[in-house]
Design a protein around this ligand. Sequence first.
Ligand SMILES: NC(=O)c1ccc[n+]([C@@H]2O[C@H](COP(=O)([O-])OP(=O)(O)OC[C@H]3O[C@@H](n4cnc5c(N)ncnc54)[C@H](OP(=O)(O)O)[C@@H]3O)[C@@H](O)[C@H]2O)c1
Length: 270
Amino acid sequence: MFAGQTVIITGASSGLGRQLARDLASCGARCVLHGRQEAELEETATICKEVGGETLTVIGDVTQPEDCGALVEAAVNKFGRVDIYLSNAGLSMWAPFEEVKDLNIFRRLMEVNYLGAVHGMHHALPYLKKSRGQFAAIASIQSRMGVPSHTGYVASKHALEGFCEALRYDLEGTGINVLTVHPHWIRGTRLRTNACSADGSLVGDARRSHTSESISAEECSLAVLEALRRRDRELVVPAKLRLVPWLKLFWPSLLRRKVRGKISGQGDTE
Ligand SMILES: NC(=O)c1ccc[n+]([C@@H]2O[C@H](COP(=O)([O-])OP(=O)(O)OC[C@H]3O[C@@H](n4cnc5c(N)ncnc54)[C@H](OP(=O)(O)O)[C@@H]3O)[C@@H](O)[C@H]2O)c1
């Protein structure tokens, strides 16, 4: 299905974005790779070329609307169309609210995780209408539940989910599919080391490693490709986490206990 399609992937310089680019390229998609770090983006481009994919790298910051405009324009100039806009760029945090010293963390998280997606979608919309394409937002299971020390991240992902839900109504009849992806913890990405700590600096390697419950970027990426093939509206990986809203409704104390246990007992977080 992806052969010959033009797919824009933000946050393609590492982690899940890089894996998505590789997997889409191996299916014949033309991948437009976006991020701020040129060397890392070029590495992703090399990986895509090794599996036979055609790529274009565009350097930019999703928090800047004009950068997102330039991204879409570059994609259309090179490949003539946009079939899928994959909004994947993201930023996390690790700090109990009371300890936060730099309130800019909250603005930054909203700018990257929520507004970054809005900017991209706004510019891609006319082209997605033409191709009857898809907008896919990599949200998180944290767009449906709270997690300790993640107030700003959780809020930004809730905002992203709300945007997508409302957008679906606005796009009815256009032929565009809106997919929201809600992954559990993903191993092997830079999200945790690049997360904001209480004073706004990077968390670095201070956090402990992921538990066996986390998923690999490969597993998550393959699930996203399947959901895109089916033009699904929602994907939760792993599927058992679809129970989260039900637990929240019917057994909130159990959900809170489980979340607390995971965070304080094993140190796992995004
Ligand atoms: N890791 C997890 O446990 C987990 C779980 C659920 C959901 N997610 C979501 O999955 C997505 C991918 O994250 P990841 O885990 O793969 O983390 P990652 O390895 O840190 O990747 C994040 C990507 O976002 C890009 N980015 C960050 N700020 C940007 C900005 N202002 N402008 C443009 N690009 C920006 C980074 O590229 P540059 O530095 O080159 O700009 C990087 O390529 C995120 O939306 C994250 O919230 C992750």
